[in-house]
Design a protein around this ligand. Structure first.
Ligand SMILES: [Ca+2]
Length: 297
């Protein structure tokens, strides 16, 4: 009987110890994974946004989301990306032009409507969609908010040092060039981040779920948030601007080109100048014009 009680006591204590250990060791782990992390890297950025008029609670909530994080690896591409590695000629291949023709056929009604409404040739709209996202099939999978927030956080010297250290192996640039780029790009990213926050709020989108290119360009048209905010259009007239929808993307591109001076009788020289705004590369613009010529023929 006594042995039985002792055994029961021992079992009870063992159970207690096990339970205690489970609670004691499991809690901090849970806390690490489920608690919103403080994300010290963004503290100054959050304060700056609040100073600039963004609602503190809403901003803090966005940055508490586990999907929103400092992403040095992602933005390192800004510093090592080189245009010389791009191959735009691939878009002039026979299969590529054939795909573009099929796209024009599939979206004929929308393209015709946009061409008529904005006076922008549908072949140039299609050329942009082909080169930017392979006709809407490659829209990028990086969280735009992470790209822009990380880049914007580089306004802070400490965060800048973290990034410099983390890209030390892949960099092909001097510290001086890096600093210069970080100066200009952090301000640019801050402006785009503010636009992204306004755009997602206006369109009632989950900002953490918006994906894009390494530079933060979004959707089928690869618009930066500042352009999305002002120049994007609701092509399918469902009351929302969704750049991942073909009708909205097509109308948005047409509106963008019209905004910068495109008209039905646009000269080649003027067309070049307008398209250069979309992407600052002569190689890119020449390719677009060649694609457009082929699609006209
Ligand atoms: Ca729409």
């Amino acid at each position: 009987m006594k042995t039985h009680i002792v055994k029961a006591h021992t079992t009870f204590f063992l159970l207690l110890i096990t339970l205690f250990s489970l609670v004691f060791f499991a809690l901090p782990v849970r806390a690490q994974t489920e608690d919103p992390s403080p994300k010290l890297e963004f503290n100054r950025l959050i304060q700056r946004l609040v100073n600039d008029g963004f609602q503190e609670d809403a901003i803090k909530k966005i940055f508490e989301n586990p999907k929103v994080f400092f992403d040095p690896k992602g933005v390192s591409l800004f510093f090592v990306h080189s245009e010389s590695s791009l191959d735009y000629d691939q878009f002039l291949s026979k299969p590529s032009i054939k795909n573009a023709r099929a796209y024009m056929e599939k979206h004929k009604a929308i393209l015709d409507k946009a061409q008529e409404e904005y006076g922008v040739d549908k072949t140039i709209i299609t050329a942009i969609i082909l080169v930017e996202t392979r006709l809407g099939t490659y829209v990028g999978n990086r969280a735009v908010i992470n790209t822009l927030s990380t880049m914007a956080a580089l306004a802070d010297k400490e965060e800048r040092k973290n990034l410099w250290d983390s890209i030390s192996d892949s960099r092909r640039l001097t510290k001086e060039k890096f600093e210069k780029k970080a100066d200009s790009k952090s301000e640019w990213a801050y402006t785009e981040l503010k636009a992204l926050l306004k755009f997602s709020k206006r369109e009632a989108l989950d900002v953490a779920a918006i994906t894009g290119s390494y530079a933060g360009a979004m959707g089928i048209s690869q618009f930066m948030p500042s352009n999305a905010l002002t120049l994007a259009r609701d092509g399918n007239q469902d009351g929302r601007v969704n750049l991942f929808d073909h009708a909205d993307a097509i109308h948005s591109i047409a509106n963008y080109l019209k905004h910068f001076g495109w008209e039905p009788s646009v000269t080649r020289q003027k067309a070049h100048k307008i398209l250069y705004k979309y992407n600052h590369s002569n190689y890119y613009v020449d390719t677009l014009l060649k694609i457009s010529d082929q699609l006209k023929g």
